[in-house]
Ligand binder design. Structure first.
Ligand SMILES: Cc1ncc(COP(=O)(O)O)c(C=O)c1O
Length: 432
């Protein structure tokens, strides 16, 4: 029932994370509360570093995709695990650097970079730009020229793979708003032009096909497509890519219905396939970059809410209401994403109460789960949503003027506050 290895039940019948009692964590730090487990983050990182060292060419490395979860205190953990990082905005660049991260290990994404954004990234010495489109390429060239540097770049290309994930997190298809399509011939033009420019240096290609993908085949096909394109570009423009960045996307288990994939095995297959493909085309083996976000952060986090009430509409359904919701976890409202939830205060009771869990916003879509079974709560019980480490805090809002919750990091039976809860003053701080 508990899905993840870092969760347990203690003698008081309370849910534990990293060995710590979640009900006590709420008593100490307040509610609602995001809780992250540092050991679990590190374990998730090591799956990548170990498998990539074993199965992928030398110089290959994982980049943590900060869009999944971005705050200052996370970057020293990620960096000490040997990760570089993918950033998608000046705000993420700022946060990573504020956390002490080496900017030369940052890879800067984004489909709508302004001149100001480009300048900011150059001034802060980000290692690579992942160029999304022609306009950005031209702007980057002249801004890099102005700064007197030659900027390393990867080109984001769309390889035309549909990974069969949810529409809103599917990015590999030809009509995606991200990158330039290979199949239309436009990606070749992208390469030709970038080779003409004086202030950018093309190193290779980036492609990201989507998120929450459980199959291996789309990734293997992606390697084939990148290789075909790279071979074509070698013939046409005498350019041999030295880097293939395959993006992120490995799926994680949110409920028992989701399959549990082996990231290690996926990486092994990618490596094996890459080697065969390079041998077939007599192509020097490129370094592989992977950009995991969800599979690093999701399973390391939970959210703890206080139950505010139980409302039973006779003959219809039962609502359990909690003191958070779509402001700290938008994923159900956005994608109908399923989560596993438990009553952290009553773990030894049967989960037999069928209910829908609603948040505190004035919005019928403010739900965290529909028709799930919980140990029947009463007002004041702590409800835990499991697997909320990714795309929860990073997508949080102040809708209805709900402050963002605090985040606590647990590690080795200790806890520390890494993000304090927003105050009402914080919410009006920018208002004049
Ligand atoms: C370009 C890019 N890289 C990496 C990621 C991270 O993907 P995931 O969190 O599924 O690993 C995303 C997420 O959408 C992305 O757009």
């Amino acid at each position: 029932m508990l899905l993840y290895e870092n969760l347990g039940i203690n003698g008081a019948g309370h849910l534990t994370i990293g060995g710590l009692d979640t009900v006590r964590l709420v008593e100490k730090y307040g509610n609602p509360l995001y809780v992250m487990d540092e050991e679990q983050i590190r374990r998730n990182c090591r799956v990548y570093t170990e498998a990539m060292a074993e199965y992928l060419p030398e110089g290959s490395r994982p980049l943590y995709a900060g869009k999944a979860l971005c705050f200052k205190g996370l970057y020293p953990i990620i960096e000490s695990e040997g990760f570089s990082a993918d950033v998608v905005s000046p705000g993420e660049i700022y946060t990573a650097i504020a956390g002490g991260f080496d900017p030369t290990k940052l890879y800067y994404h984004g489909t709508a970079k302004t001149d100001w954004d480009i300048r900011y990234a150059i001034e802060n010495k980000v290692g690579y730009f992942i160029v999304d489109n022609y306009n950005e390429l031209e702007a980057l060239d002249w801004i890099a020229g102005e700064a007197g540097i030659i900027q390393d770049i990867l080109l984001r290309i769309t390889v035309g793979i549909d990974p069969h994930t949810q529409e809103k997190i599917n990015t590999g298809r030809i009509d995606s708003q991200f990158g330039i399509a290979v199949d239309t011939g436009q990606a070749a033009e992208f390469v030709r032009r970038s080779r003409e420019l004086q202030n950018v240096k093309l190193r290779g290609y980036h492609s990201h096909i989507g998120s929450q993908i459980f199959e291996t085949e789309p990734f293997v096909n992606q390697v084939d497509k990148l290789m075909e394109f790279a071979v074509d570009m070698r013939e046409k423009y005498d350019f041999t890519a030295e880097i293939f960045n395959l993006g992120g996307g490995f799926g994680v288990q949110y409920t028992e219905k989701d399959p549990k994939i082996s990231i290690r095995e996926n990486i092994r297959l990618i490596g094996e396939h890459l080697e065969e493909s390079c041998a077939k085309h007599d192509f020097p083996i490129p370094k592989i970059l992977l950009e995991p976000g969800r599979s690093i952060a999701a399973t390391a986090g939970i959210t703890l809410y206080k139950t505010t009430g139980v409302k039973e509409i006779d003959g219809y359904l039962n609502y359990v209401t909690v003191d958070g919701g779509m402001t700290d976890n938008i994923r159900f409202a956005l994608y109908k994403s399923d989560y596993t939830m438990v009553n952290a205060s009553r773990m030894k009771e049967d989960a037999a109460y069928l209910c829908t869990v609603a948040g505190r916003c004035c919005e019928s879509g403010d739900r965290i789960a529909e028709n799930i079974y919980l140990q029947k709560p009463t007002r004041g019980d702590i409800i835990a949503v499991l697997g909320t480490g990714a795309y929860n805090y990073s997508m949080a809002s102040n809708y209805n003027r709900v402050p963002k919750p605090a985040m606590v990091m647990v590690n080795g039976y200790e806890s520390r506050l890494v993000i304090r809860a927003q105050t009402f003053e914080d919410m009006i701080a920018c208002e004049l």
